[in-house]
Design a binder for this molecule. Sequence first.
Ligand code: 13P
Ligand code: SF4
Length: 350
Amino acid sequence: SDPDLVARAMAAKLALGDRVFVLGHHYQRDEVIQFADVTGDSFKLAREAAARPDAEFIVFCGVHFMAESADILTTDAQKVILPDLAAGCSMADMAVLSQVETAWDLFEDLGIAADVVPVTYMNSSADIKGFVGRNKGVVCTSSNAKRALDWAFEQGSKVFFLPDQHLGRNTAVLEMGYSLDDCVLYDPHKPHGGLTPEQLRNAKMILWRGHCSVHGRFTLSCVEEIRERVPGVNVLVHPECRHEVVTAADHVGSTEFIIKTIEAAPAGSAWAVGTELNLVRRLANAHPDKQIMFLDRTVCYCSTMNRIDLPHLVWALEELVAGRTPNQITVDPDTSAYARSALDQMLALP
Ligand code: 13P
Ligand code: SF4
């Protein structure tokens, strides 16, 4: 990265000292990750944000929904900064509060709402987390989805899972013994979600029709092709991948799990990794004794994660040094209180 920008980032961090804490998601660019005080998956970063009450500023190198969650979990005096406001998430955008309320109204009309526990993936807006908290549900991440669903099925007989159909389906079917027939797909763009009352009454998992555009690009033929090309290869994928990809893989887990699995792998072993490319490249560079490949043949960054680059980080840090608060992310107090109860429920999972 540009040595001038590196020097400026170092100087600004030094000037701010303990007043600033920089969080970096594993999908961030190397040029940004080098300035993170802590790196992690969504779950670890949420806990880290909650555990730094003394830092005046939390600079979140990740995407918008993560910064919102950090604002909800930090004290009122702390300010959360997202270095580029355009760093959103297409999956989070697939569930809009008014659409989710329409679905819930339908469940009420059918008389099933009392049996349904809403569970939202961390990758959702604060509004959606607020809805889930208001309706006594829980947030989950890719590292605790099974525990969240275990808890939810203790509270009610059905789960309404938002917004990632793949994480919901993969967890229910591959980790909890539900069948594909127990899952139905609610499409917010169709009347009644495209489902009959009978389908909704019989379903165990009502999955929102959302997905990650990055992980959605891995297909079964990517897995078959790499197994043919590299005999003995281990296929390791994120649970946001499609069901047939996760079913065909050898290991599945969150970004933190992926890192730990590669770290523990023996020298000389071969790994095809199905997750965002910044992380896979960093793993390949950090483990030259292992053969680490990207599961797809084409380049596959998360374009919104990549919006946070070194120039944006330097700008944000220098603004803070100058006494201004750039790109602060705030969640309104009412939404924040309900979203917090759903996040706290997640943090309290066994
Ligand atoms: P995790 O970091 O929780 O594995 O989530 C991956 C992701 O897509 C974040 O946007
Ligand atoms: Fe959203 Fe997928 Fe990017 Fe994660 S990787 S921020 S889920 S688009």
